[in-house]
Design a protein around this ligand. Structure first.
Ligand SMILES: [Zn+2]
Length: 589
């Protein structure tokens, strides 16, 4: 054969074809709107095998002929069919930190026909492989192996199995662009986009755990309900359970297999491992006060919830809907109470909006902590996850002032599926609302909340305005409906003066007054506490300072203040280095 010289212009054409082909593969064009899977788990081999049906909807604006289906790189595609006929597909590794192995097995599937925008196609799928402990995505960016294993603890194991879903282990198919841990927020952006697309999807998976002889595990959990039952065929046994969510919301389908001791006090089921009895006792003892507190604020907890033990005492806790996975090896009474409060809030109040569902649960933890340890302890708890969300907000604020370069888009709380926002920011928003309207008005609004009525983003605002008789539109605009960054307060001026003598005559004492002007340099308004610190006692006032504005107040002081401190940490702020204003010799600095 003689090699044929290809004319230059044809080469150029080939390159163009190549690039247009890869551009044509839109990995996020399809949403998987329904999963119906049968999954076989074999702990002795650390093996998972799945088959079933998925429905894919074309959510792009273009016709789609090809779909990229992804599972963990430790699993392999076996079959993909449509209407009983095998489809052509190419299986390839796809590097992405969305999976614990740092890689996915991607099937590039040619569909039987072009799918129009909004149309759906049903596929039958089969895949299998192993799920072992794997921290590759962490260790390859420099996380020490010992630390990685406490974070990346998912595995099907002989004595203990716990496997989290999308974002951890891709044990059911997903359709995503590549995610990168080392590239800023890319991993979280990819996972959040996936969660937003899947929020309305239905997920059904029948789990069958099979083994022979030996010691059988007692529990197979998926979600809060462990409906596991046992079929014995001589030496062989099977444990079965159904995972089912009508709508996934922020849930990441997760399953656990262990030799659990079960303790049930409806609505709570506690699943614990032997050797952790002292920790479990803390949970049992904390249940009654936690339930009392939650009932008072959120109504009676009724939906089933579960807390299940993790074998590794240092494992990072994880929550999927109404199932909390946390090691009970520790004997921390405070932590047990806080974890119970969180889950009981989920049991009492359901919401399709993560900022309400998760935000209220995290807010409740802080209020519960305040009852036991005071306001400062509560604000410390709220602040645990603060830095991650302050960083995102800084990017948002910087982006809005930028004339060029990529913009960091803000995330309105009403629609966010970003954990940093619906956990940390939402908890602060509820806390600020409580500071503004008071416990009674907030409790009343929460009691009036009906999941079925939460159909428009302004529903929560209306409930709160009705119970507090206050106009809260500006606050919701700045914190909930838009994301414009954070406030930044400073004392613009402080002027000390003495009241007119005719007023001081009555008491015979000098009345010292302070005229205080606060400035908010940020694009978000808030009501912020200001403390005048004296030697003997402090005076705290609350002041509403709208975005890019100032507000002035006059305060009567029983003492000469040494300094003025804006914000006690209850209002998230972009810059707190300008929050203390020193007063020297009774006059302003
Ligand atoms: Zn939660």
């Amino acid at each position: 054969m003689t090699p044929v010289a290809i004319p230059r212009f044809l080469c150029a054409l080939c390159v163009l074809c190549g690039s247009s082909l890869s551009a044509a593969l839109d990995r996020e064009a399809f949403t998987i709107t329904k999963y119906d899977l049968e999954v076989q788990l074999e702990p002795a081999q650390q093996r998972l095998g799945a088959r079933g049906k998925i429905i894919l909807r074309n959510d792009s604006a273009q016709l789609q002929k090809v779909v990229a289906l992804q599972i963990s790189s430790s699993l392999n595609w076996r079959a993909i069919r449509a209407a009983g006929k095998p489809l052509q597909f190419v299986s390839q590794p796809f590097v992405s930190d969305v999976d614990h192995t740092g890689e996915l097995s991607e099937a590039i599937v040619t569909l039987p026909a072009e799918i129009k925008p909004k149309d759906s196609v049903e596929l039958e799928i089969g895949y299998e492989g192993l799920i072992r402990l794997d921290g590759t995505r962490l260790t390859r960016v420099g996380v020490p192996v010992e630390i990685a294993r406490h974070t990346s603890w998912d595995q099907i194991g002989r004595s203990f199995t716990a496997v989290r879903g999308a974002g951890y282990v891709t044990w059911y198919p997903i359709t995503t662009e590549s995610a990168d841990f080392s590239e800023g927020n890319s991993l979280f952006e990819v996972v959040d986009r996936w969660k937003v697309r899947e929020a309305e999807s239905e997920f059904k998976a029948g789990l069958n755990l099979v083994g022979a002889g030996g010691e059988k595990p007692t529990s197979l959990l998926c979600g809060a309900v462990s409906s596991a039952f046992d079929v014995d065929f001589g030496r062989n046994w099977t444990l079965m359970t159904n995972c089912h969510w009508d709508v996934l919301g922020p849930v990441s389908p997760t399953f656990v297999v262990a030799n659990y001791r079960t303790e049930s006090k409806p609505p709570l089921s506690l699943f614990s491992l032997s050797g952790h009895e002292a920790g479990v006792a803390k949970y049992s003892a904390a249940l009654e006060p936690a339930s009392k507190f939650v009932t008072e604020w959120f109504g009676k907890p009724t939906a089933p919830i579960a807390i299940a033990d993790l074998a590794d005492p240092h494992a990072a806790p994880f929550e999927s809907g109404t199932l909390l996975l946390v090691s009970m090896a520790g004997e921390d009474t405070k932590l047990a109470g806080i974890n119970l409060v969180h889950e009981l809030v989920h049991s009492a109040l359901n919401s399709p909006r993560p900022w309400v569902y998760e935000g209220l649960a995290h807010f409740a933890e802080a209020v519960y902590r305040e009852q036991q340890g005071g306001r400062e302890a509560a604000l410390d708890l709220l602040g645990v996850h603060r830095s991650a969300f302050l960083d995102s907000e800084k990017d948002v604020a910087a982006s809005s002032q930028k004339s060029a370069g990529p913009l960091t888009k803000g995330q309105p709380l009403t629609t966010t599926f970003d954990e940093i926002y619906y956990r940390s920011k939402a908890a602060y928003v509820w806390w600020m609302l409580r500071d503004m309207v008071g416990d009674d008005a907030l409790k009343q609004a929460i009691r009036n909340y009906r999941t079925a009525d939460d159909t428009d983003p302004e529903y929560v605002e209306r409930l709160l305005e009705a119970s507090s008789k206050r106009d809260l539109r500006w606050f919701f605009d700045d914190w909930v409906y838009q994301d414009r960054g954070l406030p930044d307060f400073r004392v613009q001026s402080a002027h000390l003066w003495k009241e007119q003598p005719d007023k001081t005559e009555k008491t015979g004492k000098d009345v010292r007054m302070l005229t205080l002007t606060l400035e908010n340099l940020g694009a978000v308004g808030a009501e912020v506490p200001v403390t005048m610190r004296c030697e003997a006692n402090d005076i705290t006032q609350r002041l509403q300072v709208r975005a890019k504005s100032t507000a002035t107040t006059r305060v009567e002081l029983p003492c000469i203040p040494l300094e003025i401190v804006v914000n006690d940490g209850s209002v998230p702020e972009s810059d707190v280095t300008n929050n203390v204003f020193k007063i020297e010799g009774g006059s302003q600095k």
